[in-house]
Design a protein around this ligand. Sequence first.
Ligand code: ADP
Ligand code: F6P
Length: 470
Amino acid sequence: MRQSSLVVVANRLPIDDSVAPDGACEWRRSPGGLVSALHPLLRHTPATWVGWAGGTGPAPDLPDIDGVRMHSVPLSGDDLRDHYEGFANATLWPIYHDAVEQPQHHRRWWDAYLRVNQRFAEATAQVAEPGAVVWVQDYHLQLVPGLLRTLRPDLRIGFFLHVPFPPPELFMQLPRRAELLRGMLGADLVGFQRAQAAHNFAQLVTKVLGLPATDRRIGIDDRVVRIGAFPVSIDTVEMAALADRPDVADRARRLRHDLGSPEQVILSVDRMDYTKGIEQRLKAYSELLAGGHVKVRDTVLVQVAVPSRERVSQYQILRDRVEREVGRINGEFGRVGEPAIHYLTQPFDRAELAALYRVADVMAVTPLRDGMNLVAKEYVAARVDDTGALLLSEFAGAAAELPQAYLVNPHDLEGLKQGLLAAVRADPADVRERMRSMRAYLHEHDIRAWARSYLSTLDQSGSMLAHLGG
Ligand code: ADP
Ligand code: F6P
C-alpha cells in the first residue's frame, strides 16, 4: 500500500461515476463546494484523497488524478441509504441548516454512520505514513478524527466543517450528540467557516461533555484541541483567467443573444437543495412580474438547479415544487420564444459556468442558510471588468466576508423583492465600486490562503505547506 504524508479524507472523491446516455459508466467531476475548493488546491500535491467514488458495490481501483492518489472507500446499498441519505443528509443536514426542513431520526441510521466512519478511519490509517497530516472534511465523517486517533495516535489530525455548526438549542436535539462531539475532538484542530460556529461548538462541549472550553481551545484528556474560523474560498486567479478567455467572452455574448438580448440577466446557480431558497426567490421574482416592476422582455431569470441527493424524499418534494412553480410562472408571464425563467438542471463544465457568470448582470445567491456558498465567490472572481451586482443572503457564510454585496434576508419576501429590484436598478458606479473591493478581497483570501491558514495552525512545523502547489 502506497502511503502519503498528507491525506485528505472526504465523503466524496473529486470524481464520481455516472451513467452516460448510452448506459456506459463514465467518470466526471463530483458536484458541490467541497470538491470545488479542494480539487484545485491539491492538484500536483503528493497527497492521497480518501473518499467514496459514487455508486455502490466494491471500491473501484482509480488512477491518480492530476498527481493526487485516489483511495476509494466502498459504500453498500444499505450504507448509501442509511449513512449518506439517512444520517448525513436527513438528520445532520437539516439540523445544521436551522431545521428549515424537519430532521428525521432512525436508530439504524446511526449504526450505519458509525460503521461507515469506522471504514473511512481504517482506510485512512492504511494510507497515512508515520506522523502524517490527515485532514478530515465535513459532517459525513465527524467520528473519523476520534476513531483514527485510537488507530493511529502518531498522526496530526485536522477536521474542517464546510457547513454551518448550529446553535446549542438545535444540536441538543441529536440523540447521539455526545458521541458526535467526542468524535470531532479526536482532531488536533477543528475548523469552522465562521467564528459563531466555533463559539457554538465550545458552548456545547462544556454543556454536553463538561469540558473546559474557550472559542480557541478545548482541554480533553491530556490534550488541547484548537478550534477556530477558517472561511473556505476558491481559486480566484483560475476563475478570473477562465472568465477572461476570448472563447468564454464569445460564449457569454452568444448566451445574451440567445436569451433575447434583455437589458438585465439575473442568474442563480444552486444544487437543488431546500437550504438554497430557490422557492422563495421564484416567488419574489414572480411577484415582481405580477406587479409590473420587471418585464420579461427586459429582465430574464436564468435558474440553474442541478439535482442533488435525488432519493431523499425532501429533495424529491422540492424538485417537484420548483418545477411546478417554474411552469406556472412561464405559463403566466412568458411569451412564445420569451420564457420568464430559463430553467436548467444540467451540470456544466467550468468554462460554461464562467460564461454564465459573465452574462449575469445580477447574481442572486439567496440561501436560507449556507456554510459559505462558493458560487457567490466564483461570480465575483469572474467579473473581470468590475461590473455585476451580487445579491447575497445574510445567511450565507460568504456574507461575513463580502459586505459590499447587496445583502438580503431571504425569509422576508418583501425584503427579497426590494433587494432584487435594488440590484437590477443599481447605479453602475456603485456596482463597480462594490465589485472592485470584493474582487480585491478574494484575490487575497483565495483557496491557498485558506489552506495556508488552516494547515499552519494544524501543523506548526509547517512541513505540509511546502507541498501545496503555488
Ligand atoms: P454546495 O457546497 O452546497 O453545493 P457551493 O455554492 O459552496 O454549494 O458550491 C457549489 C459548487 O458546485 C460551485 O463550485 C459551483 O460552481 C458548482 N456547481 C453548481 N451548479 C453546477 C452545475 N450545474 N454544473 C457544474 N457545477 C456546478
Ligand atoms: O457543502 C456541503 C456538501 O455536502 C459538500 O460536502 C458537498 O460538496 C456538497 O455539499 C454536495 O453534496 P453531495 O456530496 O451530497 O452531493
